[in-house]
Design a protein around this ligand. Structure first.
Ligand code: ATP
Ligand code: MG
Length: 396
């Protein structure tokens, strides 16, 4: 077993020695078999949360009402979830009440896709009740049981199907795809935040155009924020395959392809409930891309975009085929006289102290003028020259 699993084996052994069952489950087993990188390990057990807490000294109740307890072991946390079924689905959303059960098979049955319904014992033996191994080999995403029922229970699963198609570069099984097509409108019932998580993973997958194609052919896109009227633009996005490394880059690429400007982007991204920080970054990147595509890059544009967003913007520029000399741009950025307003050799306080201006909106304007002159290389960034410039330009 890969290194990540080894330290978790004694935990499974401890649970089993106490007379319970314990398995590795879900994504980690799937990724192990695919030889994909494994990011977290999930353990499922017949033991109830209280029983787990009796067996281990250090635990954290990370989601105890859903049966999840984190076991802390040598500085690492292992999420352990009691076998459970989910019943009483209302509004096509995941139920908020769960029932703990003692059988693994019931727990595997409630999982979304066959490839996500695999369990593995501590010794490496795989439990495969729905031919998940066969679907991994065939590279197919297939609902556990009747797809229609499964999507009626939880409409988010439709979005998960298209994101796994992208993430793993798998095909969606015909009946599963038909189920999505039939129930796509139910996606509107799902909290945007949860749709956002899956859509972002789709954009960042191994084969995003594959996920995107299913999103379009099933009509799921029509129930995603701001995409209902964007069929043509989304179709055009399939013309090139991309591979992005960061969430901001993914959203910037999307907005750029949909021809959403920096100022329109705020509303679009808000409708996706993205964080204010990501929205700000994405807007800066979109402004920079616009300037780049107009061949108007200057020091001011580089200063405005900043170091981190420059990297994001360059990644997107390369992806969409804008002419961009990354090395030259990064070098030009490095050589900016200042990279941050705080690096200016004087402050507003200095302007007041030297009786050039009193505080107020005029002072802000003057500082911006000084800053622009420095960035443009017209003014040396040292106190005397800045104060002289300020005296010449102040309107008092
Ligand atoms: P990733 O590597 O992207 O985290 P994952 O398979 O681990 O993929 P998670 O969202 O972390 O995905 O979910 C863990 C497991 O829980 C899944 O493998 C699946 O068995 C189950 N699961 C998650 N969400 C659902 C859902 N909406 N319906 C049914 N089962 C689900
Ligand atoms: Mg996971």
């Amino acid at each position: 077993l890969p290194a990540l699993f080894e330290p978790a084996r004694p935990i499974l052994a401890t649970i089993e020695e106490a007379g319970f069952e314990a398995y590795f489950v879900g994504g980690c087993v799937r990724d192990l078999i695919l030889h994909d990188p494994i990011h977290d390990i999930d353990i499922a057990t017949s033991a109830y949360p209280a029983e787990i807490k009796q067996l281990f000294h250090r635990t954290v109740d990370t989601g105890i009402e859903h049966g999840t307890v984190m076991i802390l072991d040598h500085g690492t946390g292992y999420e352990t979830t009691t076998f459970r079924t989910e019943s009483g689905y209302q509004d096509y959303r995941r139920p908020d009440s769960v029932t703990f059960v003692r059988s693994l098979s019931e727990d595997l049955q409630r999982r979304d896709f066959t490839i996500n319904a695999l369990a593995m014992k501590e010794d490496g033996e795989i439990v495969d009740l729905f031919d998940g191994l066969g679907d991994l080999k065939r590279r197919v995403i297939k609902a556990v049981g009747d797809p229609n029922e499964r999507f009626l229970e939880d409409a988010l699963r439709m979005m998960r199907a298209v994101r796994f198609a992208s993430k793993l570069d798998f095909e969606i099984d015909d009946a599963t795809l038909a189920g999505i097509q039939r129930h796509a409108p139910l996606l509107a019932k799902i909290a945007v935040e949860r749709v956002q998580v899956e859509f972002e993973k789709l954009l960042l997958g191994q084969n995003p155009t594959r996920g995107l194609r299913s999103l379009i052919t099933t009509d799921l896109y029509r129930y995603c924020p701001g995409l209902a009227e964007q069929r043509d633009a989304l179709c055009q996005m399939q013309d090139f395959n991309w591979q992005l490394t960061s969430a901001p880059a993914a959203w910037v690429l999307l907005a750029w392809q949909l021809k959403i400007s920096a100022s329109q982007a705020a509303m679009f991204f808000k409708s996706w409930k993205l964080s204010n920080q990501l929205i700000k970054q994405a807007q800066k990147a979109l402004r920079f891309l616009r300037v780049l595509s107009n061949n108007q890059i200057d020091n001011q544009a580089l200063f405005m975009v900043g170091k981190d967003v420059l990297t994001i913007a360059i990644e997107v520029a390369k992806t969409v085929g804008l002419a961009v000399d990354e090395v030259a741009l990064q070098a030009q950025y490095q050589q900016l006289p200042i990279h941050d307003l705080h690096e200016l050799a004087i402050t507003g306080g200095d302007l007041i102290k030297n009786q050039i201006i009193t505080s107020g909106p005029q002072m802000g304007k003057l500082l911006v003028q000084i800053q622009q002159a420095v960035i443009a290389g017209q003014l040396v960034n040292e106190p005397t020259s800045l104060l002289n410039f300020a005296r010449q330009h102040c309107e008092l």
